[in-house]
Every structure is written in structure tokens, then in C-alpha cells.
Design a protein around this ligand. Sequence first.
Ligand code: AMP
Ligand code: ZN
Length: 479
Amino acid sequence: MTPNQTTGIKLYNTKTRKKEVFTPFKADDVRMYVCGPTVYDRAHIGNARPVIVFDTLYRLLRHVYGQEQVTYVRNFTDVDDKINAKAAETGRTIGEITEETIAWYLEDMAAVGALEPDHMPRATGYIGEMIAMIETLIEKGHAYAAEGHALFRVRSYEAYGALSGRDVDDMIAGARVEVAPYKEDPMDFVLWKPSSADQPGWDSPWGRGRPGWHIECSAMAKALLGETFDIHGGGLDLQFPHHEDEIAQSCCANGTSEMARFWMHNEMLQVEGKKMSKSLGNFFTVRDLLAQGVPGEVIRFVFLSTHYRKPMDWTEKKREEAEKTLRKWTLALTSDGLINKRLGDGAADQGVIDAISDDLNTPLAIARLHELFKSAETDSDLANFKASLVLLGLGERVNLGASKTFSDIVVKAQFPELQTLSDNLAVARDEAMKTKDFSEVDRLKAAYIEAGLEVRMSKAGVDVLRGESFDAAKLEGLL
Ligand code: AMP
Ligand code: ZN
């Protein structure tokens, strides 16, 4: 199959510190691995950055090489001491916590327009593969067992430090490396560690224990993508030591000279110029934003307005501007039912494709979208504009049930009556809670539904939206 592209994709490769032309090992089998979350709590907005960045790349790769030709793997780390601590703190089981957190994560990432990867392996599903890989490392002299642990012998791998440009001796001189009695060398890192009776554990040649963090990605990437694949991604905080350790394990166990051809890292996210942290009180989750009524598409738009290799600042001002722009665009596309009816399938604009093909230059892609919007004159222009938005993961109605979508907010702006009707019903409901007489609530609800509206009532509040048979003329009779 001929890749669907006129210009090549160029990506900045952390490994070579250069922007390089991206050529996959096989054009009909493009493979990407991205390190996923440790699942013990809601994803904070920083966690959404790699998701949105690599989702944008995934969409581009699918566009260029074909949907079936790209395999994207993102793992869930479901064995970790932070999860154990959460279980001890809450009295809940580890399984309950990880299941709940994974469901939240998928819901929140869908809300920001992220497609689900083709595989989402959980570490606990690959313990056998991890043990096998550690055994191979020990056989080859790259690892050793000591006091219930298995450790990677860093000095046995000459290329250690190449990804992050560090020298092992400098690292020892400057770093706070843990000196444990069972380590031959302070730089050696844990592949396997013993578990006490109350910690999760699996039987292994080194006793009952659990894997270190790094080995899980090496084992899962190999199982699902093979010994060598095209792209490996994650946040910049993972470059060292996590990715350096993944490379050492995989290359030494598999006898290969590289694990992935391209290594990509997104810069970190800050809030109003400051590091996000619980103690500064500027820590918030994706769900917090969605619950405040910030549509997922607005969150995505704010992220895409900064290049992924630049530190990104989340500010209220950016959120407001993103909302204004998207409102303007969506209004034009929905004003007379255009988006679903008259607008056929457009073709994504080459300028937008070129911008994201140049190391994911999403700010340039957005600038191009502004130009396209300004110069659009016909339905066909608008259809192409819409297709370009969709390529960036915008302009689709995502996660309809779980949060207010952008379109719902736009409709509210177009028909302020809907807000008045919501408010009236909320007042009636508050009153009924006091008197226990719900007849007025039932009457209003029935009248709204009769008029083609959809009524959503939950603990969180009351919302009246346009239903399937919505007709603006019917609003008048209700006010
Ligand atoms: P964790 O669950 O902490 O392992 O993080 C999951 C993913 O989110 C990793 O790819 C991290 O690099 C990324 N990440 C964590 N915090 C931030 C942040 N503040 N900005 C951008 N990416 C982050
Ligand atoms: Zn990883």
C-alpha cells in the first residue's frame, strides 16, 4: 500500500536530538508504545498531555498509513506501591481501586477526544513474560539475584545513558542513588522485589514478589509489538530513568541494538506559571474541569495550542479563548443543521496535515484552521474545514452522556430559553423536595418532553437539552 501523503512526517527523536524523517520499519505495520498511567487516582490534567499529544500522532499515522496499519499500545500500571498505599488507606481491595481508576481514566480521556489505543495491557496480565525476561537477563549476565531481589547490572550495558545523554559515573557523583546492601553497584536497578504477606505478590525463581516498574513496559512492548518497533513515547519525566532502563532491559534481553527507532517526549504541564502540586492548591483533575462544565474539546484545544516539546501553561485566559474560538467554529457548522445534513465528507486540508507532519506542529495547524475558517465560502470549504478539525480530534461529539458536550453549550447560547427552562425545573424540584409533592415537577417534565426536549435530572442538577424532535418554535409555548 502506498502511504497517503505528499510530504513526509518528521519527528524529533530524543535519541538523536534531531528532527528526523519518519520511516516505519514496515509501512503496513506501524507500531507505537506510550507509557500509560499508574492507576490509583483520577488523572490530573498533566496526565492528559501525553494522551492528547500521542493521540494526535496516532490520528496522523492512521491518516497517512491507513487505520488498520497502525498499532498503538498504552499500558496500565496496576501493580505499584502507591496503589498498595491507597488500598491500606481506604480499606478497599487493590482490584476495586484499579478497576475503578481505569474506568475513570477511559471516560475522562474519551471526553478530551482521545481514541482508545488498540491494546491497553495491564501489568498484572504479563507477570509471566516479565519473569521470563528477567531470567534471560540473569542467564546473559546482565542481571543478578540477591536477597529476594533481581537487579539489573547497569555496568554490563555499555550504551546505558545514551538516550538521556548521561554518563554513568557523573550520575553516581551527582545523584541520590539508593545504596542498598544487596546491590553490587549503586546504579543497579530493581527488576523484581520481595513482597510481604500483605502485599500483592507472585511466585518467582527469586521467591514471592512483584516486578519493578521498568520491566513491565519492556515485557508488554515485546509481547504486543515485538523486539523492535517504531515509536516509543511518554512524558519528559520518564526519559530518565524509566526509558533508559526499558532500553537497557529490552536490548540486553533481546540482543538487539535498539528498542524503538524514535523516542518522543512531551514537556510538562504547569498551572498559571507554577508547578502543579497539591500543596500549592493548583492541582486539578480532568474530571474537575469537566464537572465545571468545561467541554473536553476545549481542554484538547488548549493543549494543542502549545507545541508538545514546550512546557505548557494551563491558564484561565487560554481556556476562555479556546472556548470562544470553538464556539464560533461550531456555531458556523451547526447553525442550520449543516454539520450532519448538508456537509458531506470533506478532505482534511493539506496545510493542516503538513503542519502536524512537521513534528506535530499543532499551533501552526490551529493558525491554519483560523485562516481556512475566515476564507471559507462554500459548503464544500466548510466540509473540508470540518474534516481538518476531526483530524486534530476536534469537532466530533465525544462522550455525549458523561458530560456536557461543546455542541450542547453552543445550543444553550443559541437558545437561552433552554437555560430558563432548566432553572424553572430546578426551582420546582427544590420546592418538591421540601413539600414531597412532585406533581409540578412531573407536569413540567412531561411538557418539556412533549415539546421535543430532553430532560436530565441527577443529584448534580437539572439540565434541559434539545431532544431528537427539537423544534425552536415549541419553546415559546413553555415560557
Ligand atoms: P504517571 O501515572 O505519573 O506515571 O504518569 C502518566 C503519564 O503522564 C506519563 O507519561 C507522565 O510522563 C505524564 N505526566 C505526568 N505528569 C505530567 C505533567 N505535569 N505534564 C505532562 N505530562 C505529565
Ligand atoms: Zn513505560
